[in-house]
Design a protein around this ligand. Sequence first.
Ligand code: ATP
Length: 446
Amino acid sequence: MASPTPDTRLERMDDLVSLCARRGFIFASSEIYGGINGFWDYGPLGVELKNNLKARWWQRVVRERDDVEGLDSSIICHPRTWEASGHVEHFSDPMVDCRACKKRFRADQLGDAGKCSAREGSSEHDFTEPRNFNLMLQTRIGASEEAASVAYLRAETCQSIFTDFKRVREVARQKLPFGIAQIGKAFRNEINPRNFTFRSREFEQAEMEFFCHPSGREQWFAHWLDERMRFHKELGVDEANLRTRPHEQDELAHYANQAVDVEYRFPFGWQEIEGIHDRGDWDLSRHGEYSGKDLAVTDPDSKERVLPLVIETSVGVDRTCLALLCDAYCVEELEGGDSRTVLRLDPALAPLKAAVLPLSKKLADPARRLYRELQRHWNVFYDDAGNIGRRYRRQDEAGTPFCLTYDFESEDDGQVTARERDAMTQIRLPIEGVVVWLRERLEARA
Ligand code: ATP
């Protein structure tokens, strides 16, 4: 993707939020009731972008490898899972309240208190002492109100990978080293949801847990860090906006021995989109202990029984979508003082691959025939409303890489005009060659 010049890059999140709502990428959940803080809905374009991203991850992490198996586990698991994982005890953030403005903050992110309205009146905050607030969302199962009916919505997707580890290994006839991957919803009762979808209370993770012999931990950590950075670069984001950041000893999670974040430079600063963690044998040993099952396996090389170590890659689907949107957004000055907003998404990830635009409604029949043909291959759009310039702008904002205009000449020469989104170049193309022409361009990066 050609990167936009610095002065056209997204600076205010509000501009993106408004485009996303206007064009139906992402908008507040339960909008007609005023929304619900920390929950978002993906509209017709958003769901396609997200699905394309998830399909790319699944392709790279599961299908193209012989040593990773897929899983789709339930969101609610046995509550003991979360005792064993340490979440009941440790998964909390320190919370403070401001007595003056009544707002609630994370004590470790008090930079946010700049938004505290008390600041305008007096420069003093009046914070309560920090209290630990567990981030797991609770629910109840069955008709009983007893404590025993309490269950949790999973706070991360990986715990079922650990509890299902033995069965998946057996059914897939895998030997160490190998991994298990899944994509799914996770829930955290975040104290301060903010920055659009960046910190939500319901979000999607794509996680892969790689089980290896203890002697392979360094090698596999390096391998996965490398793989994951390559993945992010191949999404077409500007590499200047990507970096890795190793965790300091004092910020490691309770289960982690080593961790590196993949960060993206959002308009609100460098922030984590993925974590690569060396979880050691924490999870398997705890689940072994709490379930009473032996989760050790025989190492095929040394023939010894070992409890494998785990290297985890955990990426936020929503955060990556947000990074893609931020990176793709740009406003371009055109000749004549005009400007256009364009999403320069990688064509392989773009929600719509092409739009078919008849120059006049009189040309609907042949234009629709082309549209129906393309629909058999891709998500495409048909638009005959408004002048052609306006229709191009709408597709630019949706990130559609190609527009195919059917005009009166098409009737005679059997060709359409293909317009490319970024350079706005136009060429004439035989109608029967459109599918092949598009395929070459859409698969170029995949
Ligand atoms: P943070 O420090 O930002 O709260 P984390 O370190 O707790 O994130 P992990 O537990 O490592 O995050 O989760 C892995 C990935 O899941 C993160 O890199 C992120 O992309 C995603 N994720 C975590 N929490 C949220 C959230 N509240 N909203 C959206 N995505 C999230």
